[in-house]
Design a binder for this molecule. Sequence first.
Ligand SMILES: Nc1ncnc2c1ncn2[C@@H]1O[C@H](COP(=O)(O)OP(=O)(O)O)[C@@H](O)[C@H]1O
Ligand SMILES: [Mg+2]
Length: 338
Amino acid sequence: MENSKLLEVDHLSVHFHTERGEVTAVQDISFHVEKGEILGVVGESGCGKSVTSQAVLRLFDEKDLVRYDGEIRLQGRDLLKNPMSEMNHIRGNEISMIFQDPSSSINPLYTIGYQVAEALILHQNVSKKEAMERAVELLRLTGIPSPEKRIHEYPHEISGGMKQRVMIAIALACEPKLLIADEPTTALDVTIQAQILDLMLKLNKKMDMGIMMITHDLGVVAEICTRVVVMYLGQIVEEADVESLFNRPLHPYTRGLMKSIPHMEGEKKEELYVISGSVPSLNNVPKGCRFTPRCPYADSTCHSKNPELLADNQTQKVRCWHYKDISEEEGELVYGNR
Ligand SMILES: Nc1ncnc2c1ncn2[C@@H]1O[C@H](COP(=O)(O)OP(=O)(O)O)[C@@H](O)[C@H]1O
Ligand SMILES: [Mg+2]
């Protein structure tokens, strides 16, 4: 039987050497992305989303002192064992990445047409003329109007939303199997954000491309993801298909995230729930469950031992000693407006 798993991250830990000693930014996480699926990775700022995605492409190896445990397999091949020359081939060819800030992947000195074409010339054996023609088509695909004219423009001549589209066009140039999108719409206004998400959904269907969608915005998750992993302080605390996550969140942290989504009830605006406290630093990780300092249900067990991430049912895993009691006590949260 063919393995439908495109990316498999298995017991991955990412350790950095810092002046204050070694810190573990990502601790023993496992998840996978199926072919053609959109997996959401959510959690507050600093929980390790970007570190996870950059580890997949080994982007730290070049500039940071980093140490990995575990495996990251792309269609069965362990990327952590790859030589850098092989990783350079994989980047932009089999796996592409888009970031919140397009300026990190767009060069101000070249026209946008040249930059999309360059990605094709670099990785695929096409002539300059052919690459330019395909660049026009790719830019059209991302919804840039009159791309045949815009290819001659420089990045400073176009808006932020347009730059984001150019970055997506560059990322898609080689039809990657996996697209990693790290908060791709966070810096954009709401209408453009909706258009970009719509575009990603279309491309995912059209090219059967797996997407790892990193976001702190649950609205984005509801919009396009099929499955979700929730991260907290470097660990996965819950994993679920998107319906279960919204209809029956199990971890107190996920429940808190759900309660803090703004939604209108009739005319009256509800008061927003805020998860109390803040994420501890990596130099000061709680001994037991990492969420204890902020958890209203924490008891002595939670303070002394970190629970494992265990399956509650076929589609949902959770890392909490007391999630069953909490659901009983608080009742099931219902978010009908998904
Ligand atoms: N190169 C690095 N060296 C040391 N610590 C790092 C490095 N990169 C990220 N971190 C730390 O790892 C943690 C996770 O960061 P990050 O993955 O960027 O979070 P986010 O979920 O907001 O994307 C943070 O505490 C951050 O300070
Ligand atoms: Mg980040």
